[in-house]
Every structure is written in structure tokens, then in C-alpha cells.
Design a binder for this molecule. Sequence first.
Ligand SMILES: CC(C)(COP(=O)(O)OP(=O)(O)OC[C@H]1O[C@@H](n2cnc3c(N)ncnc32)[C@H](O)[C@@H]1OP(=O)(O)O)[C@@H](O)C(=O)NCCC(=O)NCCS
Length: 185
Amino acid sequence: MTGHGTPAVRRATPGDADALAGLARDTFVETFGHLYRPADLAAFLAKSQSVAAYAPLLEDPRVAVWVAEGASGALVGFLNAGPCKLPLPEPEPNAGEIRQLYLRSSVQGGGLGTRMLVTGLEWLAAQGHYPLYVGVWSGNFGAQRLYGRFGFEKVGEYDFPVGEHLDREFILRRRTIPPPVPGGS
Ligand SMILES: CC(C)(COP(=O)(O)OP(=O)(O)OC[C@H]1O[C@@H](n2cnc3c(N)ncnc32)[C@H](O)[C@@H]1OP(=O)(O)O)[C@@H](O)C(=O)NCCC(=O)NCCS
């Protein structure tokens, strides 16, 4: 937390793996848990929102994870960014992706998500990633509005498995000017 009661945002370290996996589980259940059969949700959480899934990300220099810390030091939000892993028909070699952005409901709507998104987008650009993508559930209109304000527009769709359930996901790409080519005129 900062001195003004605003959650502090910092890069995650390998020591955050347990807390990050717990936060990922909690925020996924808070946001989307009602959409799935219990068996599908349990299978997804065990495989994808686990310490085994997050620990390698925190050691991977191609990936960056930021966490927001609340008053008690507990994690209240995270953002995960890196090379694009979305199923694009013709992926650009340097495409980057905002892979996950999740806040606990208690801290939503106060500008923290926007702040973390700016941090992630700036980092991806500084790593030379272009263009930038994000995947978002087709029914997540709030997040789609947020990404739309940052110039993201829909360029495709795919099915994202949650257990045996398939979610329809939109693929959004950011409308931005390409970075200058080194040595180019
Ligand atoms: C989406 C999210 C990261 C935005 O962060 P935030 O701090 O709440 O948002 P900010 O205060 O910076 O900006 C507000 C905008 O965020 C979006 N937003 C706000 N609350 C939201 C919610 N509960 N769910 C989805 N989007 C939300 C809206 O676009 C909102 O602006 P609008 O009401 O004018 O359309 C955050 O609400 C969240 O974690 N939601 C649940 C998880 C989620 O949907 N993640 C995105 C997966 S792709």
C-alpha cells in the first residue's frame, strides 16, 4: 500500500508464487465461477490457477507479472504480460499479449486496473513487442470497454477450455503506430 491508501504495484518475484496462485484462483472464481459446472471449474483451477502453473512464469525473463498489494500486504490484483500465446492465424513474430488482468472485487472500479494495464502495455512496448493483443471473454463487456479505451479492437475469436466447457473468447489487437525500424529512414 502507498501512503495514500492506494494499492502499491510492483513486479512479482519467485517468492510470490503461492500468493499469486491463490489470488488467481480467488479472482477467477469471483469473476467467472458462476458460469461453470463445479467439475469444470475445479479441473481448470487445479491445472491453470496452481502454483505449478505460476511458479515458472515468475522465473521466465520473457514474461512479466505485476502484483498490487493491499493495506495488509495481501495481494489484491495481478497482471501477466509476455509474448503472444493467443491462437492467431498468422502470428507476427514480435506480437505481445496482456495475458491476464485480475483484481479482487473489493478494489475494482477505482483506477487500479487502468494503472496496471498502462504498466503492462509500456513494458511490452519497451521489450519491442508489436502488435499487442489481449483475449477477453465475449460476455465481459466491462473489460472490453476498458481495452477499447486503449485502442484494442476485435480481430478474431476462439474457444477457451474451462474443464470440458468451451468459452467463446474475443481476440483484440491494439491499434497503434508500428515502432521505428532500427537503421530505417
Ligand atoms: C477489468 C478490471 C481489471 C478493470 O480494473 P478496474 O480497476 O476495476 O478498472 P478502472 O477503475 O481502472 O477502470 C474502470 C473500467 O474498468 C472496467 N470495469 C470496471 N469494473 C469492472 C468489472 N467488475 N468487470 C469488468 N470490467 C470492469 C470498465 O470498463 C470500467 O469503465 P466503465 O465503467 O466506464 O466502462 C477489473 O475490474 C477486474 O479485475 N475485473 C474482474 C476480472 C476481469 O474481468 N478481468 C479482465 C479479464 S480479460
